[in-house]
Design a binder for this molecule. Structure first.
Ligand SMILES: C[S@@+](CC[C@H](N)C(=O)[O-])C[C@H]1O[C@@H](n2cnc3c(N)ncnc32)[C@H](O)[C@@H]1O
Length: 221
């Protein structure tokens, strides 16, 4: 998979993709990530990428020209363009699975007051990472990229993410490791019993209980 991230602040990404699983995914060729500053596509002599809103109001709006030119220079018939925007569809694990099947993603990060409305015509998806407003689309783009890359074949063991929260309608089960007793808190007996049938039943029950307690909305669906 190829992921192109279009941003005005490329340096924000310098560490994020250079550690741990995301780094290894690139080194092993499972994903190629490019960070592209769309300011370099501006035809303005001062490389301006924003302007005041028609109709008045505060803040600056990202202009069409640099973003249209940038996306049009990158997109092929295999490309899906994703705008990060608070008024987009709420991002969920199911969408991460859908996007992980694509060959080429362009993640478009906004800033300031957001995008000129006409830029939306370039996009296949408009995605929000939650009901709150951030200063820019960079952190949302990192979140999408991370959640998608870990689902690519061979990046982590498939077994491992199949048991994660949200894959079905349930949250993950509680995990414990050594020591068996820490500050008086004991690991549940069944987990050290060696009886794998009972362990599976216990974990399934814990997933259900935890979901009922914390996220009953998942079960209602
Ligand atoms: C300050 S926000 C613009 C907010 C916009 N005026 C609004 O109220 O919908 C600037 C940029 O940050 C990004 N952004 C902020 N919050 C986001 C969220 N919850 N999900 C995805 N992107 C977000 C978007 O790219 C957006 O264009």
């Amino acid at each position: 998979m190829k992921i192109d991230i279009l941003t005005l602040f490329p340096e924000m990404f310098s560490q994020v993709f250079e550690e741990s699983i995301l780094k290894r995914a690139q080194e092993s060729g499972k994903v190629e990530i490019r960070i592209i500053n769309f300011r370099t596509f501006s035809n303005d002599p001062h490389q301006k990428v924003d302007d005041t809103p028609y109709g008045g109001g505060h803040g600056m709006v990202l202009t069409c020209q640099p973003i249209f030119d940038c996306i049009e220079s990158l997109r092929t018939e295999d490309t899906k363009v994703i705008m990060l925007t608070p008024d987009g569809v709420l991002y969920k694990q199911k969408m991460a699975y859908t996007l992980a099947k694509e060959k080429h993603l362009i993640l478009l990060c906004g800033h300031y007051e957001g995008f000129d409305e006409r830029i939306r015509t370039l996009c296949d998806y408009e995605i929000s990472i939650g009901d709150y407003v951030l200063t820019g689309g960079e952190i949302p783009a990192m979140i999408l990229a991370d959640s998608i890359i870990r689902l690519l074949p061979g990046v982590i063991e498939e077994e491992s993410h199949l048991q994660d929260s949200f894959n079905d309608q349930l949250l993950d089960y509680p995990a414990y490791t050594k020591p068996r007793v820490y500050r008086g808190m004991e690991v549940p007996e069944v987990l050290v019993s060696g009886d794998h049938k009972k362990i599976d039943e216990f974990r399934e029950q814990m997933r259900y209980n935890r979901t009922v307690e914390r996220r009953p909305d998942l079960l209602e669906k």
